[in-house]
Design a protein around this ligand. Structure first.
Ligand SMILES: [Zn+2]
Length: 256
């Protein structure tokens, strides 16, 4: 397609979007309210999000008071390193970002994906530069059948598009259905998901020796990401990183 055609196609698309916006104003992924602007986040709501922008502890993305350059670690990671190498988060998981996650996860709204994937691609730029495959945290096939989609796979595909990285959406599988982590303590969460993941045999050759970035919507206690990292390392992954949309930063937010 030459330049003019590109322009024509783009302006036609933009025209359709504005007609759609006129007929049916955009609904904010943060408040659920319809708003007059374009896109999935109302301009006045944007400032309510707490962006972590890939900062904080290098190993777990927890905000830390003083950043000491590239080697910054929180106390917990300095005492005991996670199974994965580096972790990056786009947002703090709070009352505002929770709404966006719920719209994605339970309502299956895809219109916020472009913005979310962009935030994640920016937050994870350094780890993405070395990533061979983006691998989403998988759902058990029964839950996938009920829900019809895996929001982590949507995010992995979105980040792949934004960053030019490759996604291996079926790299991992969940070998047993695990009860929801909601309401469980950190210890119960670990036990609940321990050994629940494995690298698919058909994907083993791609994982072996590769740098994998695990993708999920929310980093709560890290128990699911730990179980996934163990499965990837067991299958011979060279290195595992973590990239999430939102990271719980206060114990009070461990509700999902
Ligand atoms: Zn840490």
């Amino acid at each position: 397609m030459d330049k003019d055609m590109h322009w024509a196609a783009r302006s036609a698309k933009a025209g359709l979007r504005s007609i759609a916006g006129f007929v049916w104003p955009a609904r904010s992924i943060l408040t659920g309210e319809r708003h007059g602007g374009e896109g999935s986040v109302a301009p006045e709501d944007f400032a309510k999000l707490t962006f972590l922008n890939g900062g904080g502890c290098r190993s777990c993305a927890l905000p830390i008071a003083v950043e000491l350059g590239e080697a910054s670690l929180c106390g917990a990671c300095a005492a005991k390193a996670p199974k994965w190498d580096q972790a990056r988060a786009a947002l703090a998981y709070d009352d505002v970002s929770r709404q966006a996650v719920l719209e994605l996860k339970h309502a299956g709204r895809r219109d916020g994906l472009s913005a979310m994937s962009n935030w994640m691609a920016l937050a994870g730029q350094d780890v993405l530069a070395d990533t061979d495959w983006l691998v989403p945290v998988p759902l058990h096939y029964q839950r996938l059948a009920t829900r019809g989609f895996n929001q982590a796979a949507w995010l992995a595909q979105g980040v792949a598009r934004k960053s030019g990285t490759l996604a291996l959406v079926d790299g991992l599988s969940r070998t047993r259905a695990t009860p929801s982590q909601g309401g469980l303590s950190a210890r119960q969460r670990r036990k609940n998901v321990s050994g629940a993941f494995e690298v698919r045999k058909s994907r083993a050759a791609r994982v072996k020796g590769a740098t994998i970035t695990l993708v999920d919507d929310v980093f709560t206690t890290g128990s699911t990401l730990t179980a996934c990292s163990k499965a990837l390392l067991k299958a011979g992954a060279g290195r595992v990183n973590v990239l999430v949309l939102a990271r719980v930063v206060r114990d009070a937010d461990i509700t999902i």
